[in-house]
Unconditional design. Structure first.
Length: 153
């Protein structure tokens, strides 16, 4: 059994990450360029990129949000920035702050969650509108089918 100080941290190459997440290496590079995914800052030009498990998890979450919500890259960046700010607040909370500091943390967290929720609700409204359009089309098609002779519908 190994002790925590001897735990090996697995480093993945860009192709391995791409395969695990189901994207192309170019997508990963592009996300790095946009600041959505931090590349290794100490990597020299032309050197291989290496990613840790936290990078893989972050990329999986970004892709999930992009696909689930149909976010633009700007919206995805905004959502990710709010989540990073919330993570920093959670870290501050975990440091056993005073009640006054906890109150500040909560005040700072509320607009971040509101921002994220509004983005999700906007997508939800768009989906609701699309669902209503499809329901209307289905109703019209049902009415047309009812008007046709029995053998032709």
């Amino acid at each position: 059994m190994s002790s925590p100080e001897h735990t090996e941290i697995r480093a993945y190459r860009i192709g391995e990450v791409a395969d695990r997440v189901g994207v192309t290496p170019r997508t990963i590079r592009y996300y790095e360029e946009l600041g959505l995914l931090g590349g290794a800052p100490e990597r020299s030009k032309g050197a291989h990129r290496h990613y840790g498990e936290a990078d893989v998890v972050r990329l999986q979450e970004l892709i999930r949000l992009r696909n689930l919500l149909g976010l633009s890259l700007d919206e995805l960046r905004s959502l990710a920035e709010a989540e990073e700010a919330r993570a920093a607040l959670r870290d501050r909370w975990a440091d056993d702050p005073t009640d006054a500091e906890r109150a500040r943390i909560v005040r700072e967290a509320i607009p971040l969650v509101e921002q994220q929720l509004e983005l999700v609700r906007a997508r939800q409204r768009t989906l609701d509108e699309f669902a209503a359009e499809l329901a209307d089309k289905l109703e019209r098609l049902g009415a047309l089918r009812a008007e046709l002779p029995e053998g032709e519908a």
